[in-house]
Design a binder for this molecule. Structure first.
Ligand code: PLP
Length: 404
């Protein structure tokens, strides 16, 4: 099986599993218990928190909170900050955020908040001018992702957060860094010094599903979202998931140790995949090309065929990838990210995302390159938009911007 869907989730690293297992077997105690037997569990959480804090360059370990996933961290950030700052009712985000952010904003709109959804250009970039103009005296929060999960396009968080703090230091800057933690540099004492809250999920970097991180800078006004016991300094109730907390810290440690070599190799494989697809298949384009993108992500638009058909055929060849569109309530909705970028109708329905990890091999990429053009060729033979005999679109078919 060839797994190229690492932006969806990743394999748990063997070293991570080894580090976790003792806390699922013999060290099963509740870390809050007073007796001696529970001490190793408590120490393991303290150590994990310190490791993560060091990796992020956090001023204090207590700025790092463990949650169940990025979605929980996002919800805590957005609803926690709004409840702590009741006098402001305006939020700025982008049209290409993950549903965890977009749906949270929509929920706030239903109770009277105003949300600005910044658009992006054809490359997936934000306009800095439009961003600056959207800041208002009643802006409570800016919620912008570090890199997009579908296209890998990276937003200039350092610059955006600086502009926000120079304009009004009371605006909370929240960054969903779910796709970039361990892949791109993130230092809360460096490039992210103006970011107040950050969210991520362990399963995107070889820790298991079910554990996330919420970085909450000291002094940031944000109310507790998960109300309960005194765990996580009283900021997130619920008995700690000790083994998974150990796992997420271990995964960050391993990623840091091999980061440079891994990212170089991943970038080389992704570039090879991209260049060869463009060379071997006519009428394809790279979504997000020409802008800063994560090295592991390739979102390729194949004009005149359906992404679902491509994924099915790839799956028949034991290749796991993902499509730009999501199947919602029986109808095939195009991706909101590609729609926001104005990707033409004939391409956004045929977009496929390949996302690599440090376990991706050259042989796997070679196999995909061998199979993919044949799959596209086969599907185009069946496409009403494609003139198979002449290997070009039918005369009546226009590649139109945006619209349905
Ligand atoms: N934010 C981004 C950018 C993501 O890519 C994802 C998951 O794909 C999430 C948030 C939500 O992560 P989780 O499902 O682990 O809560």
């Amino acid at each position: 099986m060839i797994y190229l869907d690492n932006n969806a989730t990743t394999a748990v690293a063997p070293e991570v599993l080894d580090a976790m297992l003792p806390f699922l077997r013999e060290e099963y105690f509740n870390p809050s218990s007073m007796y001696e037997a529970a001490k190793p569990a408590k120490h393991a959480i303290d150590n994990a928190r310190k490791t993560v804090a060091d990796m992020f360059g956090a001023a204090q370990a207590s700025e790092v909170l463990f949650t169940s996933c990025a979605t929980e961290s996002v919800n805590t950030a957005i609803f926690g900050a709004t409840r702590a700052n009741p006098n402001r009712k305006h939020i700025i985000t982008t049209a290409v955020e993950h549903p965890a952010v977009i749906e949270s904003c929509r929920e706030l709109e239903r109770v009277g908040y105003e949300v600005t959804y910044l658009g992006v250009d054809r490359q997936g970039n934000l306009s800095l001018g439009e961003f600056v103009r959207s800041l208002r005296p009643d802006t409570l929060m800016v919620a912008i992702m570090h890199a997009n999960n579908e296209t890998g396009v990276v937003f200039p968080i350092e610059r955006l957060a600086r502009v926000v703090k120079e304009t009004d230091p009371n605006i909370v800057f929240f960054c969903d860094a779910t796709q970039t933690v361990t892949k791109l540099p993130i230092r809360m004492d460096g490039n992210f010094r103006n970011v107040d809250i950050l969210a991520c999920s362990g399963h995107k970097f070889h820790a298991p599903k079910g554990v996330g991180i919420l970085y909450l800078r000291r002094g940031t006004r944000c109310r507790t979202f998960m109300i309960g016991g005194h765990q996580e300094f009283g900021r997130r109730g619920g008995t700690e998931n000790v083994a998974f907390i150990v796992g997420i810290a271990k995964a960050m440690e391993i990623a840091a140790a091999t980061h440079d070599a891994d990212m170089k190799r991943i970038a080389r494989l992704r570039d090879e995949l991209e260049q060869e697809i463009v060379r071997r298949i006519p009428y394809v384009e790279i979504n997000g090309a020409g802008t800063e993108r994560m090295a592991n992500t390739l979102n390729v638009a194949i004009h005149f065929i359906e992404g679902e058909g491509i994924l099915y055929q790839l799956s028949e060849k034991n290749i796991c990838a993902s499509s730009g569109s999501a199947c919602t309530s029986g109808s095939l909705e195009p991706s909101h990210v590609l729609s926001a970028m104005g990707v033409p109708f004939t391409a956004k329905h045929g977009s496929v995302r390949f996302s690599l990890s440090r376990y991706t091999t050259e042989t796997e990429i070679d196999f995909v390159l061998q199979e993919f053009p044949t799959i596209v060729d086969h599907l185009r033979r069946l496409s009403p938009y494609w003139n198979y005999a002449e290997q070009k679109p039918r005369a009546a078919t226009l590649i139109t911007e945006g619209g349905q």
